[in-house]
Write a protein that binds this ligand. Sequence first.
Ligand code: NAP
Length: 296
Amino acid sequence: MASGEHYEPYEQLAPALLRSELRGKVALVTGGGYGIGRSIAQSFAEAGVARIILIGRTETKLKDTANDLSASFQEIDVVTMVADITSKEDVQHIFESCTKYAPDILINNAGYLSTPAEFLDADFDDYWNSFMVNVYGTMLFTQSFLRHRKAYVEAAENSGNTPSPAVVVTVNSMGAFLSMPKFSSYCSNKLALARWTELLSIEIPEEFARFVSVHPGAVDSSMGNKSGMIDQIKSGAAQLSLTNPKLTGDFIVWLTSRDAEFLNGRFVSVNTDIELLLSNKKEIIEKGMYSIRLSQ
Ligand SMILES: NC(=O)c1ccc[n+]([C@@H]2O[C@H](COP(=O)([O-])OP(=O)(O)OC[C@H]3O[C@@H](n4cnc5c(N)ncnc54)[C@H](OP(=O)(O)O)[C@@H]3O)[C@@H](O)[C@H]2O)c1
């Protein structure tokens, strides 16, 4: 391990350590049928949540992931819902279907990378589609999640119960902070999401919900390959390491734990060692670290 960084899963992050804390929880993962979302769902299953809801547009992939999880974790209810997160009707339908329970955890993982191109050459519809999925879709989905959660909390409080705070983890990208030619759509829309996460954490009481942005590492997925980054890492042209998607899933599950509450509003990377984060907790809070600042 160099300078507190990890690329493979490690003991302290084992999802099974959170079984008692996450027992009974409902976790919803957008883009849960394949790619990084599938690994996130697998880690939540290992953490023993009660129900996992997988959202995506491709039914066959959602079903494959659900069947694999159900075969290994028979006690967990795995639900799939075909939906495009940019469709108001689809998103409304999802939350109207959650009548007997409310998701406690939302993982905004679904995303789209426009074909890398310089701004002058980019096909504008493709360029803008990354804003549609990453910004419009993620914000629309989150607003519906929070409204549904609010109604659920009010009903529970009327019956004398106080549900624990919801957690919203939004999968972001270190690209938001890097100067990457040909990625101006993706990098700028991810930066918008990071700032939005900060603002929601200020606006919404943490007793109701908390929010965190996370860089999932460089993961060998279809998007990772589309970016060209995976080939560059494999050929040695980029001085980076690939991240095992199990580490990504395990870290994201940890972000939903009480230990990670102090990261509300912040941007963290799955590659950072959790002991390092925990031991620097006071400094992180006092100095406003892992947040966006204008340097001037
Ligand atoms: N891979 C990396 O190295 C890397 C690095 C930094 C950040 N990220 C971020 O990590 C997240 C996951 O990326 P990935 O690498 O797993 O990408 P991926 O392999 O392309 O998977 C994208 C996922 O999002 C779903 N999705 C896309 N558009 C959707 C829509 N409109 N409605 C519902 N679901 C939609 C896809 O399912 P359907 O096609 O079935 O809808 C799929 O499950 C993204 O937010 C990405 O920006 C990835």
